[in-house]
Ligand binder design. Structure first.
Ligand code: 5RP
Length: 227
């Protein structure tokens, strides 16, 4: 069976030009892209990379590629990332990894944010299959949970708890993570604003009108869509 994530990564490689600064997110599709870039030794040596993910950063370093911390950069040529689900407007729900805050920062630094996905991730409209992940300042945990319960009575809220330590999962930024399973989604523009306005929420994982392009790999080949 064709590895569609690998096919999406192969198509993404074609967009990278010598000398560019490339931002990378997380996940298996992005790992394929790093592996492919590393085999293109002539091109790879001209590129600068940054990533929202410790795991991806580790892979880039392991491959001997030139990596810079996001804090040292203010511009990225292309930011590539996967997602859980995206729609024809390229709105996306992301972040099983709980790293969406840095992912959004890198996407905002990029001239172009290109989503990579297999066809199974493409939905006519975003639905409630995946949670919206919310990064919350520790001091605001209880009030944010209260606000979410009040504003979205049908939603199920799950704070991420470490199974090993039996304590809270702490994000890369030292904050708490809450998975919000909505019973129904508000119009995305309303959801984007209403969640973002709750004090103490650092960022949520709905990428509303952020991506400029999506590379989708299906059994019938690659398609590239723009909103
Ligand atoms: C991480 C993400 C990933 O991009 C998303 O989970 C996709 O992963 P994969 O390429 O393994 O399907 O949003 O925060």
């Amino acid at each position: 069976m064709t590895d569609l994530k690998l096919e999406a990564a192969k198509a993404a490689l074609q967009y990278i030009k010598p000398g560019q600064t490339i931002g990378l997110g997380a996940g298996s599709t992005i790992a394929h892209l790093v592996n492919l870039i590393a085999t293109e030794t002539k091109l790879a040596g001209t590129l600068t990379f940054t990533s929202s993910s410790f795991k991806t950063t580790g892979l880039l370093v392991q491959k001997g590629l030139n990596v810079k911390a996001p804090a040292l950069l203010k511009y990225i040529d292309i930011y590539f990332d996967g997602c859980d689900q995206f729609d024809p407007e390229l709105n996306a729900l992301k972040s099983g990894g709980g790293i969406h805050t840095t992912e959004k920062i890198l996407a905002s630094m990029a001239a172009e944010f290109i989503l990579l996905g297999d066809a199974a991730k493409f939905a006519p409209q975003l639905d409630t299959t995946y949670p919206m992940v919310i990064e919350v300042l520790p001091a605001a945990l209880q009030i944010v949970l209260h606000q979410l319960t009040t504003n979205f009575p049908g939603a199920t809220l799950k704070q991420r708890i470490s199974t090993q330590k039996d304590g809270a999962v702490i994000s890369d930024n030292g904050n708490m993570l809450i998975d919000v399973y909505f019973d129904k989604l508000l119009p995305l523009n309303e959801l984007n604003i209403s969640i973002g306005m709750i004090p103490g929420i650092v960022e949520h994982s709905l990428f509303y009108k952020v991506a400029a392009k999506a590379i989708i790999a299906g059994e019938d080949g690659i398609s590239v869509i723009t909103p």
